[in-house]
Design a protein around this ligand. Sequence first.
Ligand code: NAD
Length: 464
Amino acid sequence: MEAEEGLRLGRSVAELRETFRSGRTRGVAWRKSQLRAILKLVDDHEDAIFEALHQDLGKHPVEVYRDEIGVVKKSATNSLSCVEKWMAPKKGQLPLLFFPARGEVLPEPLGLVLIFVPWNFPIALALDPLMGAISAGNTVVVKPSELAPACSSFLANTLPLYLDSKAVKVIEGGTDISQQLLQQKWDKIFFTGSTRVGRIVMSEAAKHLTPVTLELGGKCPIILDTLSDPSEIKVAAKRIAGGKWGPCSGQACIAIDYLLVEQKFASTMIEFLKKTISRFYGENPKNLKNLSRIVNKHQFERLRNILEDPSIAASIIHGGSLDEKNLTIEPTILLNPPLDADIMTEEIFGPLLPIITLTNIQESIEFINSRPKPLAIYAFTKNDSFKKKILAETSSGSVTFNDTMIQFVCDSLPFGGVGQSGFGRYHGKYSFDTFSHEKAVLHRSFFLDLEPRYPPWNDFKMQF
Ligand code: NAD
């Protein structure tokens, strides 16, 4: 069975390589036609996408539109209008020594790329990198997550109806298929997922010297400076609650993982957060209509274990109830859980928000720096010198001041991690670059040939 699967994968890979070699994917017309096809696919199947995400994660259609369909449409439209410009060779400035000559940097597609998709945003995180790979002129295998089966089969059934099926293939399956895919030779692997699997992917890729982009996770902090204006506190509370519990119930790589705040401001903020939670999600933990569910029993149990750890019981100050039947967990706030408990050492990936109080908010920098580099840091502050200090003294994939999560949809900024949160970046032009090789091209003429560069070496040439 495994050998059969291996043969099938091998045949798919050979066909994709053949398509790439034919040169068909290099022209701008092909790239644009595929981007248009993705736009049409999403337009034609909005209801099916709502349904698949409801089945896999209980996502509300508004959330699906904002975080998945909208993200894809925006990227497709942007790529369509820019791809020709991105493909154009750029002039390379040459030093006088090269005269007479001309230099250029020519983007070329890498070849055949493999895209691994996680389960939390299973449509956007499949189609967004796919559009980058297509814009850059590659052939592609998309491997959806087996933990979002409705979205996986939606992609497998629908993409071949819209896209060039000899250039783009969806291969479904679990760990066994992923491992077989990793045995093949790729020109690039784009992986979105956990740090644990990222390590496996990177070590398998090393066998073929395949370049990888690793979009991983981690613990993203919020630094919350003391605010005095109630209207600003209200905005901060909405943006924090919306960012923590909004997208996929905290099951997001850039979700807020923990909040750092001065002791003297903590109780005010907690009151604002509680009010915001009840406004957004209602008072009844059994009827959380606007909250996605936890993806599966395994993840639910993982979160239950975090929450039922006896060492943190006393720190739960809001929420904490679990609904096993519907796999939902109420928005939960914890105050000062022990720093060595799982909730403060592992990526939470769920609707639990630990709040850690500090004597002085400046200590937040040391707190963050004593942990692995996060994918995102959020900071709410009006203090410009504190902003500069955060930028200068911490390292993270991104920093967002006075908001949360929305950096993800800004195509003009690169999206990616650093250190344990991954490496490489994408979105907009950065996606195109991620899936391209920048080839250096030097055009020389036969005119002006300087003798000192050639042997035989002698005293005269030593003067140069
Ligand atoms: P995961 O690492 O379990 O799975 C990701 C992909 O890898 C899936 O397609 C899966 O089938 C495949 N896979 C699983 N086990 C494998 C193995 N042993 N060998 C090869 N491939 C394997 O991640 P997940 O649980 O789907 O997603 C959650 C994680 O992803 C979190 O850590 C989150 O922070 C991270 N994430 C990061 C980003 C980002 O943009 N940086 C976005 C979303 C999620």
